[in-house]
Design a protein around this ligand. Structure first.
Ligand code: NAD
Length: 250
């Protein structure tokens, strides 16, 4: 089923569709991915440290850099693009059961997808959390503290290290989110992997779970992924262009 008409047809017929999205769906909103040709890590491999728990906890300089990056991040001005909106549109037309997103940008919510069907498997940037206790606060408050001169703000409760409420490399996923995603994948009959290099486990295991349960797999990503050879269809076009076309055809 390589052409869009055939994919649209299987979307129409599917009883339980699960979508997994990665950073590639948000690049057209101005948020760079990590591993694509213009990716943050492709351009600067050292940047990976700020997203790795071990370095973040162990090195105050990494934390200071992470807080500067957060203040300057394109995330705060980003708007959903036509790809996010097409996925929200698909929900109205087809049996879309769950959107599992590796993204932390909240753009599926803002594009109008129902919050009940979204699992943010790597957390989100709306809050900061303390690594020492259960204290949480809105991200805005922490950014204001950084702008006011605190280059490594600490928890108001216990003095512990603060970090965005995202899942860093080396950090455990939230068990309920992971189990919900796995159940959704195992119960799906069509699984669409969109804008992900499918290289980050355990999220990348979800297409495996879906295939094991007999689901059809569609991979939509500009670059090859390790799952392309198991997919019923592979689409390499720009997501902001191809997703609206697909949603239109359904
Ligand atoms: P990734 O960086 O590993 O891969 C993104 C893939 O998307 C690349 O293969 C790239 O070729 C493709 N791509 C980029 N723009 C595209 C476009 N317009 N059309 C089609 N394909 C496009 O991303 P990942 O697999 O999601 O893993 C990175 C991790 O980092 C994620 O788990 C996520 O938590 C985090 N992350 C999130 C954001 C965000 O929230 N927007 C941004 C960067 C990284």
């Amino acid at each position: 089923m390589d052409d869009l008409d055939t994919i649209a047809d299987s979307i129409r017929r599917a009883q339980r569709i699960v979508i997994l999205t990665g950073a590639g769906i948000s690049t057209e909103s101005g948020i760079p991915d990590f591993r694509g040709p213009q990716g943050v890590w492709t351009k600067n491999p050292d940047a990976e440290k700020t997203a790795t728990l071990q370095y973040y906890v162990g090195d105050p300089e990494v934390r200071k850099k992470a807080w500067r990056n957060r203040v300057e991040s394109p995330l705060w001005d980003a708007e959903p693009n036509s790809g996010h909106r097409a996925i929200a549109d698909l929900e109205k037309k087809a049996a879309l059961h769950t959107i599992v997103t590796q993204n932390i940008d909240g753009l599926h919510h803002r594009a109008g997808s129902s919050p009940e069907i979204i699992v943010e498997i790597h957390g989100n940037v709306r809050e900061v959390k303390c690594l020492g206790c259960t204290w949480r606060a809105p991200m805005e408050e922490a950014l204001e503290r950084v702008l006011a001169g605190e280059d490594d703000p600490r928890c108001h409760g216990c003095g512990g290290i603060l970090k965005s409420a995202t899942i860093s490399f080396g950090e455990n996923l939230v068990v309920e989110d992971l189990e919900r995603s796995q159940r959704a994948a195992a119960g799906s009959d069509l699984f669409l992997a969109i804008g992900s290099s499918l290289g980050v486990y355990p999220a990348a295991a979800l297409p495996e779970v879906a295939l094991g349960a007999g689901a059809r797999l569609v991979v939509m990503n500009a670059e090859p992924t390790p799952f392309d050879r198991y997919a019923d269809a592979v689409v390499r076009d720009q997501l902001g262009v191809v997703l609206p076309k697909l949603a239109e055809l359904v």
